[in-house]
Design a protein around this ligand. Structure first.
Ligand code: ADP
Ligand code: ASP
Ligand code: MG
Length: 820
């Protein structure tokens, strides 16, 4: 015998019922099977709502939803069922809907819903499922026996949250004479009490029904069919990269479900474990996936972490100010009263040394619990022997589940690393005595981000995800996308998954939280009708809860740079080839550093100077290791390096500039290069790194263009105007030549921090003498490096090297050693 339970997610439409039938057809070839069914998806929720609506005497709107779902089922079934079976099904369902309306009418008249009526109403969905499945199976020629759980499963306790007496139920089921060839059908979620009245087993309780039926029928297996491939290390709807757990022990599965993994009802595993029946979790829409198997594994459990879960809608009660010696006595009194009222605390934390007792309870038990506490502690409260009871609503319990945590010390380290990521406020923390779970209580609004961060800290130590939000798709940005496309697969083999979640320029944007396919991003971008707004992008980032988002700025926009503090406050790193943030006012410069420090984020801008040359990181390392800059001299502009190299060969200034433009070395408007502002910006960045508190206006610029040069020309006229100063320039070059020197455009930081950008005559022994063809050279004269400076040289412009520099900054956000 094998029990197969199908949840609401597997029964949301006729197509899915037919998939279930195929699974049955497959399984029945090997052994007899029993099918336990939940209500079609959403129906139980609507039924719960319909009770609330009936009580408040609004119209029975919610029933319309249910009737519509049923109508849809019946119309889809017209193609599948012979008319006789279909007619019978319609009669059964209509009768049930009439009954339901009657019940809701009674609730409406009573203005309240007694628990017995409530249980009957909310379990109608299961009855619909049985009617539909019975009709489908009949039409396919199956022999069927329907078990009525009200008569056979004996429920004890609350009408809405009953527990089943296994022995009594087993006796009843044994008495049923079920032919061996029949498929057994049973509605989940319900049982009958001793008075044969319907009781419900608690929300999600069909899993429990299946477990009980497995025990009663002595099944070899209990299979729970749902909408995910099995039990994951976290709810896959919350953690996108949660990992499937192929094996779980009974106790691990019990702990996971008790502490919130909705995939299994918490009461399911205990009866299966008691009778040693393995449980298999399978995906109805992916039936060939192996699933998760839960049983007793003979091997000793090694120290492991199995998953992260959460229980939401929790209230935390805090009783404080107790006398040390009183606390045990009081704890006993409180919890015996709480259990008498059938209230079930989920987590209890007692601190005898400071007279504190905290416990958590489900939100819907808050009022009752408060009543119990007020009565029980009446004297203490009246005489001010304890502080007023503190109630914190809307909290969640986040738990890590596994084995032998005492042997796995880095669990605590990783837990706190995860928690630190979103600076979450921890209200309470507890570990259970058997060392197989740790729980923390936090505000509910923090729960999703907290689960994601803890999960990533615990499970993604070797697997890194970067979510990229790129702004700017000019030369550098689009080259970067090409490089990313080429490397994506290779990096995946190194456990680095780079997802490009948005690509934008100043006008348009494309966004895909799962990652844009880079093969045809350009076409997708061209076709996009979505206008770009940074605010909208940040909103999306906030609501999608990414794991490791990185904002890449390949624009030269001042407006975007001004928003860096805002961007960083969304907990994303920034990688920028844009220099504007580092060269605008000191206030922004400092605020960016403050916020990166506060949230432990990275702001990387290696390409701001020398494109792909490793300038900033090396310079920062020098300063951090105690070195001090004495003087700096450098050729910091690829375009000017190219132009001055050409001048040396006798080519005129205007021609050399034109050549540089054609090769893509210059800014779109070449006058920006010739004015020397770009070099001044780079010099400012270096000076600030060296610790000088300067503004751009403090840099003295001796521009290549004379003061009277008209700066408001279009490109064509600009070149005509430039031609006019060719001779003047030629003369300067010849003059230098007479002294055996050449001209270079140099950025200088003097010993006193004074910064200058100017054309210098350079002699052969100078490290900057041979720099041309777009190369950059940076000579650092420091306390450690003198009299010979530390010289970094190489191509300092061009889309390929700059994009590669941005790419390597992107990888540095992981602080990850790529190895070989
Ligand atoms: P069914 O209708 O089949 O009973 P449920 O919605 O009750 O389905 O349970 C399945 C859902 O449980 C999944 O869709 C998933 O979102 C959620 N879930 C929560 N935690 C986990 C987990 N650790 N592993 C797998 N699924 C989980
Ligand atoms: N239909 C019930 C619910 O939604 C029982 C179940 O699905 O297991 O809670
Ligand atoms: Mg369920």
């Amino acid at each position: 015998m094998r029990i197969l339970k199908f949840g609401g997610t597997s029964l949301s439409n006729v197509k899915k019922f037919l998939i279930v039938e195929e699974i049955i057809k497959d399984k029945i070839k090997h052994e007899q099977i029993s099918i336990v069914l939940s209500a079609p998806e959403k129906i139980t929720n609507y039924l719960v709502e319909s009770i609330k609506t009936a009580i408040t005497k609004k119209r029975l709107i919610q029933l319309n939803f249910i009737e519509n779902i049923i109508k849809k089922f019946l119309s889809e079934l017209e193609k599948t069922l012979p008319s006789k079976i279909l007619e019978k099904l319609k009669e059964e369902i209509n009768a049930e809907i009439l009954k339901l309306k009657d019940l809701l009418q009674t609730v409406s008249l009573l203005e309240k819903c007694p628990k017995n009526l409530n249980a009957t109403i909310i379990s109608r969905g299961e009855i619909f499922s049985i009617f539909i499945m019975n009709a489908i199976l009949k039409s396919k020629g199956y022999q069927i026996t329907i078990i009525n759980p009200i008569k056979t499963l004996i429920g004890i306790g609350d009408y809405l949250n009953a527990t089943i007496d296994i022995n009594l139920s087993k006796n009843k089921i044994k008495k049923l004479k079920i032919p061996k060839k029949n498929v057994i059908l049973m509605p989940g979620f319900i049982a009958g009490n001793k008075e044969k009245k319907l009781v419900a087993l608690g929300r999600n309780g069909s899993d429990y029904s299946a477990a009980i039926l497995s025990v009663c029928l002595e099944a070899r297996y209990c299979e729970i069919w749902t909408d995910v491939d099995g039990v994951f290390t976290a709810d896959p709807k919350i953690v996108k990269d949660a990992k499937l757990l192929n094996f779980l022990t009974y106790s691990e599965a019990m702990e996971l479900s008790y502490l919130g993994a909705k995939v299994l009802h918490p009461k399911t595993i205990s009866p299966l474990a008691k009778f040693n029946i393995p449980c298999l979790i399978k995906n109805t829409l992916n039936k060939n996936a192996s699933g998760t198997i839960i049983k007793n594994f003979s091997k000793e459990n090694s120290p492991t972490v199995k998953g992260v879960t959460s229980l939401d809608d929790i209230t935390m009660f805090s009783i404080s100010g107790l006398e040390k010696k009183e606390i045990h006595n009081l704890t006993g009194r409180i919890f015996s009263k709480i259990s008498q009222k059938e209230l079930s605390p989920i987590l209890i934390l007692q601190n005898s040394s400071n007279g504190n007792l905290d416990f958590c309870i489900s939100d819907n038990e808050t009022e009752k619990t408060f009543e119990v506490l007020k009565n029980e502690l009446f004297t203490e409260l009246k005489n001010k022997l304890i502080h007023p009871i503190k109630i914190i609503k809307n909290t969640s319990i986040v738990s890590i589940i596994g084995n032998k945590f005492q042997l796995k010390k880095n669990i605590y380290l990783n837990l706190f690393l995860g928690l630190q990521k979103n600076n979450v406020n921890i209200l309470a923390i507890s570990k259970n005595l058997s060392q197989n779970s740790i729980s923390i209580v936090i505000k509910k609004c923090d729960v999703i981000e907290t689960i994601q961060n803890i999960h990533s800290a615990l499970f993604n130590q070797n697997y890194k995800i970067i979510e990229v939000f790129l702004v700017g798709i000019g030369g550098v940005g689009s080259t970067l996308l090409n490089q990313l496309k080429k490397q994506q697969k290779i990096l995946q083999h190194k456990n680095i998954d780079i997802k490009i979640c948005s690509i934008s320029n100043s006008k348009k944007t494309i966004f895909n939280e799962k990652g844009i396919v880079l093969n045809n991003w350009m076409k997708e971008f061209e076709n996009s009708k979505n206008t770009f707004s940074l605010e909208d992008l940040l909103k999306k980032i906030k609501s999608n809860k990414f794991i490791n988002p990185v904002f890449i700025d390949c624009t030269s926009s001042e407006k975007i740079a001004e928003k860096y503090v805002d961007i960083l406050s969304h907990h994303m790193h920034i990688v920028a080839s844009n220099k504007k943030a580092n060269t605008s006012c000191n206030k922004l410069y400092r605020n960016i550093r403050l916020i990166t420090k506060k949230y432990d984020l990275k702001f990387l801008y290696e390409t701001n100077i020398g494109a792909g040359l490793p300038v900033i990181e090396n310079f920062q390392n020098l300063i951090n290791s105690g070195d001090k800059l004495i003087q700096f001299r450098g050729i910091l502009s690829g375009s000017l390096s190219f132009i001055f190299g050409k001048l040396e060969q006798g080519i005129s200034l205007s021609k050399a500039t034109m050549m540089a433009k054609e090769l893509g070395f210059t800014e779109p408007n070449p006058q920006d290069d010739l004015l020397g502002i770009d070099v001044a910006r780079k010099l400012l960045i270096l000076a600030r790194e060296a610790g000088y508190d300067l503004e751009l206006s403090d840099i003295e610029i001796d521009s290549l263009l004379p003061k009277e040069f008209n700066l408001n020309l279009n490109t064509k006229d600009f070149f005509l105007e430039l031609k006019k100063i060719d001779t003047q320039f030629l003369n300067r070059i010849l003059e230098a030549k007479k002294e055996n020197k050449i001209l270079r455009f140099v950025g200088i930081i003097e010993k006193n921090g004074k910064c200058k950008v100017k054309i210098e005559k350079i002699e052969k022994s100078d490290p900057l003498y041979s720099i041309k063809n777009g190369e950059n050279a940076l000579a650092f004269y420091t306390k450690y490096y003198q009299p010979n400076p530390l010289v970094l040289k190489g191509y300092g412009a061009g889309n390929n090297v700059t994009a590669a520099g941005v790419f390597s900054d992107l990888l540095r956000t992981l602080s990850y050693n790529l190895g070989t």
